[in-house]
Ligand binder design. Structure first.
Ligand code: ADP
Ligand code: MG
Length: 934
């Protein structure tokens, strides 16, 4: 009530916005004569001038009127379209990082060129996001001449192909006119990039799986204009982008390692922690620390493994995987007992919870331990598909510095846009007043009666020559209706949003006399329906019929064809207008009012006449599930006969109420999914941030130093807790751990007279620091810094992948747990956090251990594993947990296995690390030429 009064006094927010922008529109218009006087070159020179002013610090906002005037003039010259005033307003709304609601046919494609041009002046790139590849291509080709005239480059991102807009490029394929194939990175370097949400999102994920800066294709995410924004940010937001791949590169190595484990001899078991117990370790291959649940190889053990596996150096970076597998294999064999720590049931290793003794099906030990136990038990190693990278559109698009969107239908979803994306909606007035007549809904008792009525309506209008567009909620319903029409001999076209390009051609002619077009709600989107037909499309058809290629035909032939097409469409346009324009038939109410409005909005564009009507039945899902009782009672009250529809305001209102309820419900689901993804999003930001830093070449020395400190402290705490008595220190365990993790040996007598914990800490810390300083001496500072980056990157990738696998399992499991008192989201957050902490700890341990021990060949380029963990991936759109009760994403197709990498032997012959060097120096190979080899 109060809102209504305020509205009449001050106007709606939208009206105020528009009012505020009027003076700017006047300013742009005032610049027009000046622009019109410029030569083409002078107009193009404006871009450089404006760019320079941006570089000198001028705000884009102050440049807006001039930039818009320049862009409008270029459009007028090159496309024969001069931005309408309301389009200027739309452009301003987009520039402000807001959603512009502009009806179908208002020319949003052209609108986007204004803010795109203005924002591209900063040189940081602008992304224009479309709902399918066809539209990305079409819009770039269509708007390309404007940008080209102004000296801006345009990139086009397609699925598995990238292009640059270049009118000089000649191709036989008319659909690819002016699109020169180029590399993806080059395409992204363009000032303006057209592409779909899927491609932009997947490129982002793929970039974060790469190993070198020059392999990244995207630049920073600066400004995105999302076309059909409701469809992309709302309808598609339920299915995140997922890149998946086999959880295991190869399971062979596990079995291979498992076979050598029994051949290794246990040297000692540290139980009590007396230093003396590890003295005689030289005799065996490995030492087990039951308290710390770790196993480490002795010098002899390393040699044994190298001999058994036939490899020369276990500490060579290329064999580091084998070393890791051996350690896990040893743990599996000596620390994990069947029927105590785990059970084997139906060929599966099931963990026994160490505190409760309960079986924990579905849970897996991480970091390769579970697989090692599977190998030990001789059961099949699960080679499932796992998530390697995933993101929701919400979180992808929130990364842009500035985000804007446009669509015919945003206002009903204003709350969601505001809450999730911080995007406001501004309704831009139409260029011409809307005259479409929206008839009230009619409701039938049964679906059969409803369809009969729909067919009768179509029949009658079709016979009169009025074009009809019929919307359905599914492909199945489209086909059902098509069958009915066929039976009655009514010619029609069916669109299912499968073949975007072909369907665009069909829908472009949906406004022809008597045309009947059946479409699901996404089909043919983005293509304008002109009453009487689209002369442009028709002229191409005419050329093709004459055996000419519309792309390469001489300009005269093209002009003649267009002329001929116009001779057809212009009088036809007149006749269709007289018959009432395009009529829209809805065969069901969609769950969301927005989608219904989309359908309706396809008629009555730019002041055209038009009409719409929705046909419903009590058997429709929406009415059956969400509104039936109330509607049924209204029906009963109004008295309803077989075959007789009901058309009443009360019914319409009840249906709207039902829709609102479903909309709220769906919003809740999307919000819920986002809450799940937000947990991962924070973790993803940390990991991707670190990766990017490493790739940028930033020194990781501080991180490493910190991690070494952390690991030292943790080792001390484990074996000599601060509150323990000196006699209770587990010095054997400590000595062993120091050796294993830091390659540090402290003479045992030096432990003897350590008076206090502080002194012990000092002794250990100094020794570790000294050892690392020694490493720096050995390798040289530059090489060590490079090694740090290299090891961090490898370990992070490995551990992150492992973590994502755990998260996959957690998601699967969490749905099942929701039935207790606990809230699954809270559980999920807590466990995901714990898992991440564990992962960070494991990464620290692995990085530190490798930095102290990995042997590097001086001056040799540091190579990343030839076969990265990311090979053989597939992209898909998946579900989020909670989307289906109790279920995670369905398992994706299993990828084919790849042969194991062949170990590189530099000389061609095999030479063991401990063999005498081939040069005859008498020194061991590993101490001699191995180090010098390039
Ligand atoms: P929307 O995406 O808003 O539905 P489109 O961008 O597909 O609309 O454009 C609809 C039609 O309007 C196109 O055929 C286009 O040529 C035409 N159009 C848009 N703006 C103008 C203009 N300023 N002058 C003339 N025609 C225009
Ligand atoms: Mg459009």
């Amino acid at each position: 009530m109060i809102a209504a009064i305020l509205r009449t006094v001050f106007g709606t927010k939208h009206e105020r916005d528009v009012k505020r922008m009027q003076p700017v529109v006047a300013g742009i218009n005032a610049l027009e004569p000046e622009m019109q006087q410029l030569e083409d070159t002078g107009l193009a020179a404006k871009t450089d001038e404006l760019r320079k002013r941006v570089a000198d610090g001028e705000e884009l906002d102050t440049l807006l009127p001039e930039a818009f005037a320049v862009c409008r003039e270029a459009a007028r010259r090159r496309l024969g379209m001069r931005h309408f005033d309301v389009q200027l307003i739309g452009g301003m709304v987009l520039h402000e990082g807001t959603i512009a609601e502009m009806a179908t046919g208002e020319g949003k494609t052209l609108v986007a060129t204004l803010p795109a041009y203005l924002n591209a002046l900063s040189g940081k790139g602008v992304h224009i996001v479309t709902v399918n590849d066809y539209l990305a291509k079409r819009d770039a080709q269509w708007m390309g001449p404007i940008y080209q005239a102004l000296g801006l480059t345009v990139g086009v991102i397609q699925h598995e192909a990238s292009f640059q807009y270049d009118p000089a490029y000649v191709t036989a394929d008319i659909r690819m006119t002016a699109l020169r194939p180029i590399g993806r990175r080059e395409a992204y370097a363009a000032d303006i990039v057209y592409g779909t949400n899927n491609e932009f999102g997947f490129d982002y994920l793929r970039d974060n799986m790469r190993f070198a800066l020059d392999e990244l294709v995207q630049r920073e995410l600066n400004y995105a204009i999302v076309d059909e924004v409701d469809s992309i940010l709302i309808d598609e937001a339920r299915t995140p982008l997922i890149i998946s791949g086999p959880a295991e590169q190869s399971t062979d190595l596990y079995y291979k390692i498992d076979r050598i484990i029994p051949k290794l001899k246990r040297a000692a078991t540290i139980v009590e922690g007396k230093l003396s117990e590890i003295e005689e370790q030289k005799a065996g291959d490995f030492i087990v620390d039951e308290k710390a649940k770790t196993v480490s190889l002795t010098e002899a053990g390393i040699a044994s493994c190298e001999r058994l596996l036939g490899i020369d150096n276990l500490y060579d970076p290329q064999h580091i995987d084998a070393l890791h597998h051996i350690q896990q294999g040893l743990r599996a064999h000596s620390l994990f007992r069947r029927d105590v720590d785990y059970m084997v049931k139906d060929g599966e290793v099931i963990i026994v919870d160490e505190f409760t003794g309960r079986l924990m099906p579905g849970r897996r030990w991480s970091d390769g331990l579970h697989q090692a136990v599977e190998a030990k038990e001789g059961v099949r190693i699960e080679r499932e598909n796992q998530t390697l990278a995933t993101i929701t559109f919400q979180n992808y698009f929130r990364m842009y510095d500035k985000l804007a969107g446009m669509t015919g239908t945003a206002e009903t979803e204003a709350e969601e846009f505001a809450k999730i994306y911080k995007l406001d909606v501004t309704v831009v007035p139409t260029n011409r007043p809307l005259t479409r007549i929206n008839n009230p809904d009619v409701v039938y008792k049964t679906e059969r009666e409803k369809f009969d009525a729909v067919v009768a309506d179509i029949r009658e209008r079709h016979d009169r020559g009025q074009p009809i567009l019929v919307g359905t909620v599914s492909i199945e319903k489209s086909e059902r209706l098509a069958a009915l029409l066929k039976k009655r001999g009514i010619r029609h076209e069916v669109l299912n949003a499968k073949y975007h390009e072909r369907e665009a051609e069909i829908v472009a002619q949906a406004g022809r006399e008597g045309a009947v077009t059946i479409a699901t709600n996404m089909a043919g989107r983005g293509t304008d329906i002109l009453l009487g037909g689209n002369a442009d499309f028709l002229s191409k058809e005419i050329l093709r019929k004459k055996g000419l290629d519309p792309a390469t035909a001489a300009p005269e032939a093209r002009a003649a064809a267009l002329e001929e097409a116009r001779r057809v469409t212009e009088p036809e346009h007149q006749r269709v207008v007289e018959r009432g324009g395009l009529h829209i038939v809805g065969t069901e109410r969609h769950e969301s009012r927005r989608v219904d409005n989309q359908l309706r909005g396809r008629s009555g564009r730019q002041g055209d006449p038009g009409s719409s009507r929705f046909y419903l039945s009590l058997e429709d899902d929406l009415l059956r599930i969400f509104g039936s009782q109330r509607i049924q009672s209204i029906m009963d009250r109004l008295g309803m006969e077989e075959g007789e529809p009901i058309e009443h305001k009360l019914v319409t209102r009840a249906i709207a109420t039902a829709q609102k309820r479903v909309e709220t419900h769906n919003f809740e689901i999307r919000k819920h999914l986002l809450e799940y993804d937000d947990v991962m999003n924070k973790q993803r930001e940390i990991i991707y941030g670190m990766r990017r830093q490493i790739l940028d070449g930033a020194s990781q020395a501080d991180t490493v130093a910190e991690w070494i400190d952390d690991m030292t402290a943790a080792t001390l705490d484990l074996h000599a807790p601060g509150d323990a008595h000196v006699d209770d220190w587990d010095l054997a365990g400590l000595a062993e751990a120091l050796h294993r993790q830091f390659d540090v040996r402290i003479a045992s007598d030096r432990y003897e007279d350590v008076p206090s914990r502080a002194a012990l800490e000092e002794l250990v810390t100094e020794a570790v620091k000294a050892r690392y300083a020694e490493r720096e001496q050995e390798l040289g500072t530059d090489l060590l810094r490079a090694l740090e980056r290299h090891e961090l990157l490898i370990v992070i990738d490995m551990q992150w992948k492992d973590h994502l696998l755990s998260i996959d399992h957690l998601k699967e499991g969490i749905g099942l747990r929701g039935y207790g008192q606990r809230d699954p989201l809270t559980e999920y957050k807590k466990e995901a956090f714990d898992l991440f902490q564990d992962m960070v700890e494991r990464s620290k341990a692995a990085v530190v251990e490798r930095l102290f021990k990995v042997q590097v060949v001086r001056d040799a380029p540091m190579e990343l594993p030839a076969v990265t963990a990311w090979a053989r991936t597939q992209e898909m759109r998946g579900e989020m947990p909670g989307d289906r009760p109790g279920g995670g994403p369905p398992p994706a197709a299993v990828a084919v296995s790849r042969p194991a990498p062949v170990p590189k032997t530099p000389t061609g012959e095999k030479i063991g690390r401990n063999d005498p060097c081939y040069c005859g120096s008498g020194k061991k190979y590993k101490k001699c030429h191995y180090l010098q080899q390039g």
